[in-house]
Design a protein around this ligand. Structure first.
Ligand code: GLV
Length: 325
């Protein structure tokens, strides 16, 4: 009988496929317990000699980790669509495919972008806290008055699957939709009634700027002080992609100086966001703990895909979903 595949999984996963993997004698699983990621030294120790690694966005998978894993490592399978925490080039140099989980989280993440658009525009979180704090004494003509979403202009930075899903939802709100993507997407934008524009134009016209682009060296700090200067006073920034795409110091300054009207952030430059962050004391900012894809159904599907990528990589087959070739 052949020896089981040794696999390190950096957290318990939801989904049926993970449960099946657990019961499968062909796999010897080492599953990191609890909610916190393994420390760097634990990660280095637990990957040693594994055939497969399943990781999350909270794990930094770089050359030292690959070296610590050693020559048996056949696949790195990430349970997320974004893989900015994985050194994909270092994996490719060693012939190790990197799996990810695109598609299944598109609509769920677009829903969350919309939750942030609506919450920020209509002051939903602030108003709910007002009620809970016992401040609701009466009704006044301007109490908790926000801005209209219906009929406004939505700007989408990054027009991949999630950006397009955000745009589709805007049709029901009678919005003008402008989009920018590094490579033009004429068919996709026409299909959802969005107008492709220059980056600066999107920023200067939009009432809501939604960031929906992958984090790479080129997109780090893409939304910087210059971008905030271009934005309309009163405009709202929504980010459901990755925190470092926005220069957070510049964001704080833009909010403090009244350059923009508010922000809805599912992601921050450093996660978790420090309790010292000025963003947390601003009424016009909603910060969520990176839960864009967090519906039970979607997280289950993502885990199932991660397991399918793992199985394929261990069998020496091409992964159902992989990044970087
Ligand atoms: C989550 O942020 C993902 O990239 O899937």
């Amino acid at each position: 009988m052949t020896a089981p595949y040794r696999v390190f999984i950096t957290r318990e996963l939801p989904g049926r496929e993970f449960a099946k993997l657990r019961d499968d004698p062909a796999f010897e699983l080492d599953v990191w317990p609890g909610d916190f990621p393994p420390s760097r030294s634990d990660l280095l120790q637990h990957v040693a000699g594994v055939d497969g690694l399943v990781c999350l966005i909270t794990d930094s998978i770089d050359s030292p980790v690959l070296d610590a894993a050693g020559a048996r490592l056949k696949v790195v399978s990430q349970m997320a669509v974004g893989v900015d925490n994985v050194d994909v080039a270092a994996c490719a140099a060693r012939g190790i495919p990197v799996g990810n989980t695109p598609g299944v989280l598109t609509e769920t993440t677009a829903d969350m972008a919309w939750a942030l658009i609506l919450a920020s525009a209509r002051r939903v979180v602030e108003a709910a806290e007002y009620v809970k704090d016992g401040q609701w004494q009466t009704w006044t003509p301007t109490q908790m008055a926000g801005i209209d979403v219906y009929g406004s202009t939505l700007g989408i930075i990054g027009f991949g699957a999630i950006g397009q899903a955000i745009a589709r939802r805007a049709q029901g709100f009678g919005m003008r939709v402008l989009c920018w993507n590094r490579s033009p997407r004429p068919t996709e934008s026409a299909a959802v009634g969005a107008q492709q524009c220059e980056f600066d134009h999107v920023l200067s016209q939009a009432d809501f700027v939604c960031v929906s682009i992958a984090l790479t060296d080129d997109t780090r700090d893409l939304i910087d002080a210059r971008a905030f200067e271009l934005m309309k006073p009163g405009a709202i920034l929504v980010n459901t992609a990755r925190g470092p795409i926005v220069d957070e110091d510049a964001l704080v300054e833009a909010l403090q100086g009244g350059q923009i009207g508010g922000a809805g952030l599912d992601v921050t430059a450093v996660e978790p966001l420090s309790m010292e962050s000025p963003l947390l004391s601003m009424d016009n900012v909603v910060v969520l703990p990176h839960i864009g894809s967090a519906s039970m159904a979607t997280r289950g599907k993502m885990a199932d895909m991660a397991v399918a990528n793992l199985r394929a990589g261990l069998a020496g087959e091409s992964l159902p979903n992989s990044v970087g070739g």
